[in-house]
Each structure stands twice: as structure tokens, then as C-alpha cells.
Design a protein around this ligand. Structure first.
Ligand code: 4H7
Length: 251
């Protein structure tokens, strides 16, 4: 898959896309990330990419012309690619959407900066707007990095075969259980006994319990949609009772 990114700050992406799992994926040819600097496409003498907003108001707006010309170039090289604008008005990025995007052959991500992009460029050359969450950023670049990272995890081979994305938080609809590594004891803090004796059925049960507990504690809303079986529901009842006991003993 090729992810094309259009930005006036292409240098922001270098280290994020070179390190760790994304760096390895690119070296292995599983993921091709191409950055296009919008600025050289500006037809103005000083290669401006932003201008004052019609109607007045604070800040600057990214001009339509450089974006439309950059997009025309990239779209011609990647026909049929989904053209995505990262912005707070967009459809929320979720695991389901990332999984869907990972099936695409190519993506084109447009990063807005300042007060956003002239609406005519969006109307003419963007298929959809995606938001990475309900908060405001200074630009779409970080959002494009988040989307790229999130999508890359669903490209076959990007994660080692042993750490499948299916086993993780949100894919089974629950939060993750706590993890431990060596040493067994650290400043008097012990690793839970159950993880040390190699009883894998017991370990699975303990982890499920911990996932349910963390979810009940921190994201009870997820329990409404997570696929839960009879055993899970019983465990949840147990956890609720324990939590009630702790609360009532505090008074
Ligand atoms: C596109 C449109 C993404 C990009 C508007 C980008 C949050 C997200 C931006 C804006 C982003 C997200 C313009 C919104 C200036 C804020 C003060 C850049 N913020 N801006 N406004 N949640 N910012 O995905």
C-alpha cells in the first residue's frame, strides 16, 4: 500500500516514519509512504501557500491553488486512491475504519494547517474528512501520522505474526490486562504469582478478569458493545461485588 501525504511541513514526518515498526515495514516494502511538499506547487512569486480569510477574522487560510495542483499530480500517479482530509469535522477514526482503510490499495492524506483549507479545494479534491478525536491540533500532520500508524498495523506482515492486532485492546472490545517482565521482584513489588507458574489456562482466565476489571473501571461504555460470554458476565458480577465491598468499607 502507498500512503501519499500532502503537507507544507513534510520534514515533520521523517523520524516518526523511520523508527520502530513503521520503519521496518517500509524497509520490508510492506508500506510505501510518500511525502509531497505542497509549497513548490504554489504559482505565486514567493511560493505562498496561505492567505487572509475572505470576510475577515484571525489567522490564515491555505490557498486552494497549490493544494489542487499538488493533488492533481499525486492523484494522476495513484488513480482511485481514497483522498482523505484530516480535520476535526471528520468521521471519527476507529479500529473499524482503520481496518477498512488498510484494505485500500493507496491513500492520499491532505494535511491542513493554520485556520484550515479554502473550502473549494476540499470540494474539488477530497473524498472524505477524518478526525482522530475530539480535540484541536495546530495542524493535520500529527493526525496523518496517527492515521498512518493505526492503519499500518492492519497491513499483513507489519506486526510480527506473533503479535496479531486482533489480540489487543479494542479489537476484542475490552481494555488490555497489565503486563510484566523481569525482574520478578522490583523494590518490593512482585509480579502476580499466577503469571510465573506456566498454567496457561489460569493465566488466560486471570488476564480476562483483569481486562474486564480495567474496562469496568475506566471505560464501562465499552462493555455495552464488547462480545461477552456467560463466564465474562459472571466475572463482571464478581468484580462489581468486590468493588462495592471496597467502597462500603471505606465509609
Ligand atoms: C483541518 C481543518 C485534525 C485541519 C481545520 C486537525 C484536529 C484534528 C486543521 C483545522 C486539526 C483532529 C483549523 C482546526 C484551526 C482548529 C483552530 C488542523 N485539529 N484546524 N482550528 N481531531 N487541526 O483530527
Amino acid at each position: 500500500m502507498t500512503i501519499n501525504i500532502l503537507s507544507i511541513f513534510p520534514e515533520m514526518f521523517e523520524s516518526v516514519f523511520s523508527a520502530s515498526i513503521l520503519g521496518r515495514a517500509r524497509e520490508q516494502g510492506l508500506l510505501d509512504i510518500r511525502l509531497t511538499d505542497i509549497r513548490p506547487y504554489s504559482a505565486s512569486k514567493h511560493k505562498n501557500t496561505d492567505d487572509y480569510p475572505f470576510g475577515g477574522g484571525a489567522g490564515m487560510v491555505m490557498m486552494a491553488q497549490p493544494i489542487m495542483d499538488a493533488m492533481a499530480d499525486v492523484s494522476a500517479a495513484y488513480p482511485g486512491a481514497r483522498r482523505i482530509y484530516l480535520g476535526p469535522r471528520g468521521k471519527k477514526l476507529t479500529t473499524a475504519l482503520a481496518r477498512e482503510l488498510a484494505l485500500e490499495k493507496d491513500l492520499i492524506l491532505l494535511c491542513g494547517h493554520y485556520e484550515g483549507v479554502d473550502q473549494r479545494a476540499l470540494d474539488a479534491c477530497v473524498d472524505e474528512e477524518i478526525s482522530i478525536g475530539d480535540y484541536i491540533l495546530t495542524g493535520g500532520e500529527l493526525a496523518a501520522m496517527v492515521l498512518t500508524d493505526c492503519v499500518a498495523r492492519f497491513i499483513p506482515g507489519v506486526l510480527g505474526s506473533s503479535d496479531s492486532p486482533e489480540e489487543e485492546s479494542f479489537s476484542d472490545g475490552l481494555l488490555e490486562y497489565p503486563q510484566y517482565t523481569r525482574p520478578r521482584e522490583l523494590n518490593g513489588m512482585e509480579v502476580p504469582e499466577v503469571l510465573l507458574n506456566g498454567d496457561h489456562a489460569k493465566i488466560r482466565a486471570w488476564r480476562r478478569y483483569q481486562s474486564l476489571k480495567a474496562t469496568l473501571l475506566h471505560r464501562p461504555d465499552l462493555l455495552e458493545t464488547a462480545p461477552l460470554d456467560e463466564k465474562d458476565l459472571k466475572l463482571l458480577d464478581e468484580i462489581r461485588k468486590e468493588m462495592n465491598q471496597i467502597c462500603s468499607s471505606e465509609n
